[in-house]
Design a protein around this ligand. Structure first.
Ligand code: ARG
Length: 416
């Protein structure tokens, strides 16, 4: 190997990562920078922008397709009903996947350093570095370490004639992947500011149109979509006429984002507590995630016992916290997934979801594992519960509330 020092940069072609290229050479003494863009389902335009900018910078550029792997992680998140304060974790789950892919390219290309363009305020720096600091490569965050502001980056780029015009970044900071699209910054930061319709790209404003679809699950994993029939005024066409089973995760998510987004499903506007303690206003779009999470929860409600449901809430909460932190490889997560896997062996069946008024509401569910017996509920015939009869409940009813009645009597006696 030569003694040329190479550094791999997480590269998007946006302003932050573009200014990082000369900075890594000038301020950090690297001889060569390579840019790595990891595909986790960003829109085509972002790759075109990255490609163009890389060319203009004369940057050696690699694109890695990690969509399938990312989609699998999103489906693990569905099994864990994963959500952080109402956010289904798109960016958070993508970061470890991206970081791992970049580390692999860096090693293949003989790099001794890894760099990202994150600032010192967000979560992404922590998620990237949680993966990278497990290697012996140097980890560099120029924007954070040199305390750069956006104004500085803009004038620095102009001075050096860096290619930034190609990127139409607008005033918002946007992060898009298969699972969610986040929009933050500028006047959206003010919690009282009501976002204009224009910030949304994946979702229409909800209308009076409704649609019922069926989502199929096997072992807690979404496996099929049946777009069903649409019930109203408009001439919107469902994109598919019959059930499509065993769809690939990427395809299923993409199709559902389109379909549900058309009905205004999956918008959220939340106050998010970041890892470093900042409370930040965030806007997200995540139609597929909303549908799959709602459908999955509805199926669990049918097949799990009351106590499994209650305990799983805690398990799901812990999974979501680690997901938000970008620590899905933690031993705790494997342990939680042991419990999750055990419960999901029964989460097989299908759920009817109605898109209505921007909501994705479960309106029907069925499963061979349903903990439901029509006979038991109606007391008509003998059934799996054996020979229980209505009158057997008399004893239970006599006991019910016994301790409370006694306690109240004692309290009252002591008042006298
Ligand atoms: N607040 C979200 C998160 O921490 C989204 C962050 C979006 N990232 C970005 N670089 N714009 O996961």
């Amino acid at each position: 190997m030569s003694d040329t020092e190479r550094v791999a940069l997480a590269f998007s072609g946006g302003l932050d990562t573009t200014v990082c290229v000369p900075l890594l050479e000038e301020e950090y003494g690297y001889d060569e920078v390579i840019g790595v863009t990891v595909d986790v389902g960003q829109p085509e335009a972002e790759f075109a922008e990255a490609e163009e900018t890389a060319e203009a910078l004369d940057l050696e550029h690699y694109v890695v397709d990690a969509k399938a792997e990312f989609a699998e992680l999103c489906f693990d998140a569905v099994r864990a009903n994963a959500s952080y304060q109402g956010y289904p974790l798109g960016t958070a789950l993508a970061r470890p996947v991206i970081a791992t892919s970049i580390l692999e390219v860096a090693k293949e290309q003989g790099c001794t350093g890894l760099a990202h363009g994150s600032t010192g305020k967000g979560n992404d720096q922590l998620r990237f570095e949680a993966v990278w600091r497990d290697s012996d490569l140097e980890v560099i965050a120029p924007v954070r370490e040199l305390g750069l502001t956006r104004e500085f980056e803009q004038s620095y780029a102009e001075e050096r004639d860096l290619p930034i015009e190609g990127g139409d970044e607008g005033k918002y900071s946007i992060d898009t992947n298969l699972w969610s699209r986040s929009v933050e910054g500028s006047e959206l930061e003010e919690p009282s500011y009501v976002p204009p319709e224009g910030i949304y790209e994946w979702t229409n404003a909800p209308t009076a149109d409704t649609l019922e679809i069926e989502v199929g699950f096997e072992n807690g994993y979404p496996v099929s979509l049946d777009p069903g029939e649409q019930s109203s005024q408009s001439n919107r066409n469902a994109t598919r006429s019959d059930a499509d089973s065993d769809m690939e995760p990427v395809e299923l998510i993409e199709e559902l984002n389109d379909l549900a987004g058309g009905y205004g499903v999956g918008r959220s506007d939340i106050m998010e507590d970041r890892m470093l303690g900042l409370k930040v206003r965030e806007n997200y779009e995540h139609p597929a995630a909303t549908v799959l999470l709602n459908a999955h929860a509805a199926l669990e409600d049918l097949v799990l016992t009351k106590e499994e449901r209650a305990f799983k809430k805690q398990v799901d909460h812990e999974w979501s916290e680690k997901g938000y932190q970008g620590l899905v490889n933690a031993p705790l997560v494997s342990a939680l997934e042991g419990f999750i896997a055990e419960t999901q062996t029964r989460v097989t069946g299908s759920v009817t979801i109605r898109f209505e008024g921007g909501q994705a509401r479960p309106v029907g569910r069925s499963s061979p594992y349903a903990v439901y017996s029509a006979e038991a509920a109606s007391f008509n015939t003998e059934d799996i519960t054996g020979s229980i009869e209505q009158s057997d409940a008399t004893g239970v009813a006599k006991y019910h509330g016994f301790q409370e009645r006694l306690a109240n009597r004692v309290i009252n006696q002591n008042k006298e």
